[in-house]
Design a protein around this ligand. Structure first.
Ligand code: NA7
Length: 542
């Protein structure tokens, strides 16, 4: 590279995507430095250390696919490993690739600015220091800025409060404690099943009931391990050829749910429920998430299961979801509904009795009931997708921030979710328009590999700048919005459309098309026609 810079590239975020990006940059011979606010690697898996946290994609497909050696020398203990094991895997890969020497921890990047004259990024690394780089690659996650309801009087509470995504790294003792969990998304559901077994009393504050699919978590035996090692050569291909990048889930009956009789359907659903393979239930037929009438059949089956499992009819009624199954991010868990049969577990339906205030003793609901508590756990989700990037003051060529460019989501446009008009030489890996329905780890690999190809292309062509064209942004954004409008996500309130946060503009914050179409777009974009380029020569002579 020709510019005078501290590093060819600055990467932000030491989660799965940032670490792989760092590896690819180094392999290609670029100097790179990675910064992370955390004290160690892990990203999501560093921060989300709440009880019960585990992956809901089988680990067989939730690990890197680029290195046979890494794959061969690692042994998952269970099909759906817990948070600490995933974090150990990330540390293992980091050490195996010797990445730590190019990572600076405990460094939150709060602002970065593009210099259109020098064609470099200046990144504030804290303590009055800045570093410069040609390329700037935020890989800061899309569910990494916690959201919590503003509860009047919360500051008076004498007990402890935690957010699932900011969990302390020392164990929290729930024994003998009266605990509240607010929120019943993936994190809340996992935390509820774990905390209910330990706490003296648990009160779940639920805004929207969830469809929770059962999942068993068998141990991985030696035979299975050998099979996985033997199958490694085809792993990447199998993952990338699957509609959501999880080739363990297959359509069990390759036709519409409406073609079976009610009895046949329910027998089929029951068999899958007993198999307890999580997301597999969504693939019982071909059309459960694209045809509302088909969707209604599985939704009704799950409601029937809730009635059957939960003994207290009032609790069961409050647990009944009514929206389109799959319209919110699907949730899987072991014995979630069974938790409500425990005598120490109560449920508050916030739609009927919202939280009015917090006192020094606990939470008071609108009916005047005071729920006395020692611990409040917020499992209330995130300012998802644009939150992390909009919350960082990243200023492009014209000096405006991403937050301003996107008008807080009212004018959200990206090119492939990766490049942005006005922000040359910047690539976002896990930002808005990231696919929401595909295996995130597989997507991370696709994007990071595209970014390194693009950088290689720019360097070979002697370019000073690469940047999305307005047409490229318009075209991709129109595609995201079109598939979003056609999907069930358009008709369900969730963080996919910003509906989880009051006042957040409604938009398709993520890509909801299938993984194949997504990859095709990336493949086709390798002609770089949607990138505006500024040859270095041209820059030097003007
Ligand atoms: P989610 O899926 O956004 O779940 C958050 C939960 O918190 C959900 O039940 C929300 O209800 C609830 N919530 C949000 N705001 C409030 C307020 N103001 N009052 C009460 N309850 C509230 O976050 P998770 O951490 O569970 O999972 C995020 C992703 O991480 C997950 O999809 C996986 O990809 C991993 P709502 O449904 O919005 O009514």
């Amino acid at each position: 590279m020709n510019q005078q810079v501290d590093f060819d590239a600055v990467v932000v975020g030491a989660g799965f995507s940032g670490l792989y990006m760092l590896h690819l940059l180094r392999e290609a011979g670029y100097s790179a430095q990675l910064y992370d606010a955390a004290g160690d690697v892990g990203g999501t898996w560093y921060w989300n250390q709440y009880p019960g946290a585990r992956c809901d994609v089988p680990a067989e497909f939730y690990n890197y696919t680029f290195s046979e050696e890494i794959h061969r020398d690692w042994k998952w203990s269970a099909v759906y490993p817990e948070q600490d094991e995933i974090l150990s895997y990330i540390k293992y890969v980091t050490d195996k690739l010797d990445l730590r020497k190019d990572i600076q921890f405990n460094t939150r990047i709060t602002d970065a600015k593009y210099d259109p004259e020098a064609h470099t990024w200046t990144v504030n690394v804290g303590g009055g220091r800045t570093v410069t780089s040609k390329y700037f690659i935020p890989a800061i996650g899309n569910v990494s800025v916690p959201h919590a309801p503003a509860i009047p009087g919360l500051d008076k509470f004498r007990g402890q409060t935690y957010h699932t995504s900011q969990w302390p790294h020392e164990p929290v003792d729930f024994k003998g404690k009266r605990v509240a969990v607010i929120g019943t998304g993936s994190s809340g559901v996992q935390a509820i099943t774990a905390i209910s077994k330990e706490a003296e009393h648990l009160t779940v504050f639920q805004r929207t009931p969830q469809y929770v699919m059962p999942v068993e978590n068998p141990k991985v035996g030696e035979d299975d391990l050998e099979r996985r090692r033997a199958e490694f050569p085809t792993l990447r291909k199998r993952v990338r050829e699957h509609i959501v990048g999880m080739p363990c889930f297959d359509v069990r009956k390759p036709y519409s749910a409406l073609e079976d009789t009610e009895d046949e359907r329910n027998r089929h659903y029951e068999a899958l429920w007993q198999e307890a393979k999580g997301f597999q239930m969504l693939y019982a037929y071909t059309d459960l998430t694209i045809n509302d009438d088909a969707n209604a059949t599985i939704a009704e089956f799950v409601r029937g299961k809730i009635r059957e499992i939960v003994k207290d009819p009032v609790k069961a009624e409050n647990l009944m979801p009514t929206y389109l199954l799959g319209g919110k991010r699907p949730v899987v868990a072991t014995n979630y509904y069974e938790s409500y049969n425990r005598e120490n577990v109560d449920l508050v339906n916030l739609k009927k009795t919202p939280i009015a205030e917090c006192t020094e003793n606990g939470l008071v609901t609108a009916d005047g009931t005071e729920h006395e508590l020692d611990i409040i756990v917020f499992a209330s989700g995130f300012d998802a997708m644009i939150g992390p990037l909009a919350g960082t003051k990243i200023r492009g060529r014209e000096g405006i921030t991403l937050k301003e460019k996107w008008d807080d989501g009212r004018n959200l446009k990206t090119y492939l979710g990766v490049c942005h008009v006005g922000f040359p030489n910047m690539f976002t890996i896990t930002g808005p328009h990231f696919p929401l329905t595909a295996n995130a780890l597989a997507v991370n690999e696709v994007i990071a590999e595209w970014v390194i190809d693009c950088i290689e292309h720019a360097e070979k062509q002697g370019l000073a700048e690469v940047e999305a064209t307005p047409e490229g942004e318009e075209d991709w954004t129109a595609h995201v919005n079109e598939v979003g409008e056609q999907s069930i996500y358009a008709r369900t309130d969730s963080w996919y459309t910003g509906a989880n946060i009051e006042g957040k503009p409604r938009a398709f914050y993520g890509y909801t098309g299938d993984f194949q179409t997504y990859q095709d777009r990336f493949e086709k974009s390798k002609d770089y026609k949607a990138l505006a380029v500024k040859p270095l020569q041209q820059v030097e002579t003007t």
